[in-house]
Design a protein around this ligand. Structure first.
Ligand SMILES: C[S@@+](CC[C@H](N)C(=O)[O-])C[C@H]1O[C@@H](n2cnc3c(N)ncnc32)[C@H](O)[C@@H]1O
Length: 429
């Protein structure tokens, strides 16, 4: 059966309507884009991708949009109208065709409830002004700053210049990094990807993952270049018993299994562990999976244990630009306690002489450097193992006394990397 054609000039509307819904679900319910993504169920794949892109760009540039909008708003508009103004302004600033963008957002607002509909004249007038102003002024607006609760510890650790460079990296977004199951050079040639010095492959931002050669065959998986380093630091060998304590969605489990280790992968969340199962199936790799609280795991001893701890995820803002708008630093103390408990459990599960790697995708030293230093002070059986962090492509400047500090402003000209901290230990008794 053929579908009814959409009225001419309205092909962006389903994506924009869904984007409005998703944007509000994230901002008003403080859910991440991934958590709120079911709001896009039922959309055609292209509309879905477009809606998600619109929302991500709006969060990445929200302070810029608000700076442009503020002089034109006498009072705060109803939530749906305000969301449309912010989304529309970012679209216009980034080169969206004025006529279509303005008309579509006005139509979306008209259908978004009584209060929003009453504001459609204002939305029309303001977006028309934005169409003239936003593209010309965009580049001169300040790069969005990290929220104070995150900026302060970053400045304290590395200074204001580094904080600004990290903010520039957040604003630039992230390329697509892949980890090869087999030979990275052969895969780089096949995909036309750049091979990074650490062994990850890099493609430009926006590449469609499932359409790339080798996806269905499981020849690679998506994994940021920084996120690929902790499993390498664990140096898994064929046949070794290796425990991945916080495994889902499984990027590091795949690396450990691809190295030939006998992997046990735990995660507290059965739903997230399903993602590990799917990823193993797609790549033809295997691991023993268990949905349980790692703090109660009673297996082992293991030759090597990886703790990729739950954390603030502040290292992933390039990919998750909504985080600064939905988090306020509350709950950090509980996360730091959980991380310490996971390290303690891991230390008791690793065999004497075995290896332990702790990592967190965080920019906060409390979840990284301080956590590693406290582990050494607390656990006499652990010793730092700095040699484990001597990995190909890792630059000396990234090394600190407590471990490897990876930041979004590293390799900035090549597209940056996620923020991560990685520490390696050996159990001596
Ligand atoms: C940073 S993510 C792990 C990412 C994963 N290692 C990867 O590379 O794809 C942290 C994971 O820890 C899990 N988690 C949180 N608390 C846990 C606990 N007490 N025991 C086991 N897993 C836990 C979360 O469900 C989440 O999937």
């Amino acid at each position: 059966m053929s579908r009814r054609p959409r009225p001419a000039g309205r092909e962006g509307q389903p994506a924009r309507r869904a984007a409005l819904h998703l944007f509000r679900a994230v901002l008003e319910e403080r859910r991440t884009l991934d958590e709120a993504e079911p709001a896009l169920d039922g959309l055609a794949p292209a509309d879905r991708a477009r809606a998600r892109r619109l929302v991500a760009e709006a969060f990445r540039n929200l302070t810029r949009a608000d700076a442009l909008l503020a002089p034109h708003l006498r009072r705060t508009p109803p939530p749906a109208a305000r969301a449309a103004l912010r989304l529309g302004t970012v679209e216009l600033a980034q080169g969206g065709a004025a006529h279509g963008v303005v008309n579509d957002w006005v139509a979306v607002v008209a259908g978004a409830g009584r209060k929003a509909a009453a504001a459609r004249g204002m939305v029309n007038a303001v977006l028309r002004k934005m169409a003239g102003e936003a593209p010309a002024r965009w580049a001169d607006l300040p790069v969005p700053a990290m929220p104070g609760w995150l900026r302060a510890p970053v400045v304290a650790a590395w200074g204001a210049r580094v904080a600004e460079a990290i903010e520039a990296a957040h604003a630039a977004g992230a390329p697509l990094d892949l980890t090869a199951k087999g030979d990275p050079d052969a895969l780089a040639a096949r995909l036309g990807a750049r091979r990074l010095p650490t062994g990850s492959l890099r493609l430009p931002r926006g590449a469609q993952v499932t359409a790339l050669p080798g996806y269905a065959e499981g020849d690679w998986w998506v994994q940021d270049a920084a996120a690929a380093l902790p499993a390498r630091a664990l140096r898994p060998r064929p046949g070794e018993r290796v425990l991945d304590l916080c495994a889902a969605p499984g990027g590091k489990t795949l690396q450990l299994a691809a190295a030939g280790a006998e992997v046990t992968a735990l995660d507290l969340s059965p739903a997230r562990l399903e993602r590990v199962r799917e990823n193993l199936a797609r790549t033809g790799l295997s691991a023993h999976l268990s949905a349980e609280d790692a703090r109660a795991h009673a297996g082992g001893p293991y030759d090597a244990v990886l703790v990729d701890a739950p954390c603030s995820a502040t290292g992933t803002i390039r990919r998750h630009p909504e985080l600064p708008h939905i988090r306020d630093g509350a709950g950090l103390g509980a996360l730091v306690e959980l991380q310490a408990a996971l390290i303690d459990r891991a230390a008791s599960l690793v065999a004497p002489g075995g290896r332990l790697v702790y990592c967190a995708c965080s920019l906060l030293p409390d979840e990284g450097e301080a956590q590693a230093a406290a582990a050494l002070a607390r656990r006499p059986e652990l010793r730092a193992d700095p040699a484990a962090l001597d990995l190909p492509g890792v630059e000396p400047a990234w090394r600190g006394p407590e471990g490897l500090r990876l930041r979004p402003d590293h390799w900035l000209e090549a597209g940056g990397m996620d923020g991560f901290f990685v520490a390696a230990f050996r159990r001596v008794a």
